[in-house]
Design a protein around this ligand. Structure first.
Ligand SMILES: Cc1cc2nc3c(=O)[nH]c(=O)nc-3n(C[C@H](O)[C@H](O)[C@H](O)COP(=O)(O)O)c2cc1C
Length: 184
């Protein structure tokens, strides 16, 4: 791979599941948002929406509701339930900011916005992690948490992105580089 600033950022990014509590600066947050909104979209439709959640009260209530839901699930093995104690109980893994991403119609463009944000976070020395599992809970048993987000009408909540200062440096997950064919 050619080594340059962007390829290093792409190579070094990891999903971070342990964070320090310090909040993003406003400049960092606005940089992430601006990088997200610079993503391409079909016909420049920009059919996305970002809800910035920095309310620790909201994240705490969501975490506890999700935890109670997990603990009440009779089909889940105890070893899974045990993960939802201590720092594992936090839906954002302790990250002080979660960006909830929504889309109107096709979700393709919102995925580009999200990945711009994730790579920009890495470039700023911040960690991030997509949060898909919590959305399943919010859409099933936690609809009031979606209402609180104030997402515009017609938009569908896709996932969250936890962002914060990393407190771990995990190894890269394996990748299958054979998923390509060539017509030359
Ligand atoms: C749409 C999407 C949803 C995800 N949801 C979760 C999640 O709910 N919890 C979690 O810990 N990781 C989640 N991840 C992170 C993946 O597990 C992770 O990207 C994958 O294991 C590869 O690891 P890496 O990101 O460190 O390269 C999600 C990733 C994507 C793209």
């Amino acid at each position: 791979m050619i080594d340059n600033e962007l390829t290093r950022i792409i190579r070094d990014r990891r999903s971070i599941r342990k964070y320090k509590s310090e909040q993003l600066t406003e400049e960092q947050l606005q940089t992430l948002l601006e990088c997200g909104f610079l993503a391409p979209s079909g016909g420049n439709s920009q059919n996305w929406h970002v809800t910035v959640v920095q309310s620790q009260d909201y994240l705490g209530r969501l975490s506890e509701a999700n935890r109670q839901n997990i603990l009440a699930d009779k089909d889940l093995p105890q070893e899974i339930k045990d993960r939802f104690t201590g720092s594992g109980a936090s839906v954002s893994f302790g990250a002080p900011t979660v960006l909830f991403i929504s889309a109107k119609g096709s979700d393709v463009n919102a995925c580009f916005l999200a990945e711009h944000i994730v790579l920009a976070a890495e470039s700023l020395g911040l960690g991030s992690c997509y949060l898909g599992g919590i959305i399943r809970f919010m859409k099933a048993g936690g609809k009031e948490f979606i209402d609180e987000l104030g997402i515009p009408d017609g938009y569908d909540l896709l996932y969250g992105i936890a962002v914060g200062t990393p407190d771990e440096a995990p190894d890269a997950k394996p990748r299958d580089y054979s998923k390509v064919n060539y017509i030359r």
